[in-house]
Design a protein around this ligand. Structure first.
Ligand SMILES: Nc1ncnc2c1ncn2[C@@H]1O[C@H](COP(=O)(O)OP(=O)(O)OP(=O)(O)O)[C@@H](O)[C@H]1O
Ligand SMILES: [Mg+2]
Length: 256
């Protein structure tokens, strides 16, 4: 049975997509069967892997609406053990279409449930909001991994996310646990980054992951070549960090 992990933070641009794509790729090169699911209507994960969303007839949206099969929407990637369930901007309609549906929080869980046995890890890239799509990812997951960019206001966002997490745990998905908080784009020379890190460690003891992702230009270049950091530059600091993260995720037990 797969470990299903949502990569979530409602704050924009904190490294959710970069983490989803490169953690998934790193787990896959370690010969884990990985499904990466693009749950963001921006479809950045889909384009990061070099797919043109205009050409995708079957995708997460069509699968969620029952207009295509789950299997028909899956795409193989350049990494043998890594498959992608892509998205297009159409997914934005899902937030509205679900509103008046019964059990609207569980559409993604119902879609992924039957397939989970075919994978070791399912990684869900979330949009920068706490709307119904993100709630669906939290209801479909066993664990949540929270990327945190160490800058001003970073912790305020995370407190709000933790509140949502507690509500989901209480009412909708009792299995959900926190895998950890991942510091991203970290620059140890920056005093504010060091302060936010210390504050995060104080507020969330035991939840900050050992692996820290440094700011690394190769990580920001890779998507424009349609590649993960593993295919683009495996010797970069960015690749090293995501391979370390994959090893830590394999070893780490999530905490409630
Ligand atoms: N460690 C890093 N070093 C350098 N650049 C990075 C790093 N991580 C992410 N970036 C860059 O920062 C920007 C935002 O990252 P990313 O798209 O992963 O964030 P996101 O949280 O998914 O954003 P959104 O909320 O819009 O979905 C991107 O241009 C990405 O290439
Ligand atoms: Mg993103």
């Amino acid at each position: 049975m797969a470990r299903i992990i949502a990569i979530a933070n409602q704050k924009g641009g904190v490294g959710k997509t970069t983490t989803s794509v490169n953690l998934a790729a790193s787990l896959a090169v370690m010969e884990n069967r990985v499904l990466l699911v693009d749950c963001d209507p921006q479809a950045n994960t889909t384009s990061s892997l070099g797919f043109d969303q205009q050409k995708l007839k079957s995708n997460l949206y069509t699968a969620l609406c029952g207009r295509s099969n789950f299997e028909d929407a899956l795409l193989p990637t350049a990494i043998p053990y890594l498959s992608l369930l892509p998205s297009t901007t159409d997914l934005v309609g899902m937030e509205i279409e679900l509103v008046d549906k019964m059990l609207r929080e569980y559409y993604l869980a119902d879609l992924l449930g039957p397939a989970a046995g075919n994978y070791d890890y399912v990684i869900l890239d979330c949009p920068p909001s706490l709307g119904l799509i993100t709630i669906n990812t939290l209801c479909a997951s066993h664990e949540v991994l929270i990327p945190l960019q160490c800058e001003f206001f970073a912790l305020e966002g995370i407190f709000k996310l933790m509140k949502t997490y507690e509500q989901v745990r209480k009412r909708l998905n009792k299995e959900l646990k926190i895998l950890g908080v991942l510091l991203t784009m970290y620059d140890a020379r920056n005093k504010l980054a060091r302060q936010v890190r210390a504050e995060a460690e104080r507020c969330f003891p035991g939840k900050i992951l050992e692996t820290v992702v440094p700011r690394n230009v190769r990580l920001s270049e890779a998507p424009s070549h349609g590649k993960t950091i593993i295919n683009y530059d495996i010797r970069s600091k960015g690749a090293e960090a995501y391979l370390d993260l994959a090893r830590e995720v394999v070893k780490r037990k999530a905490c409630a």
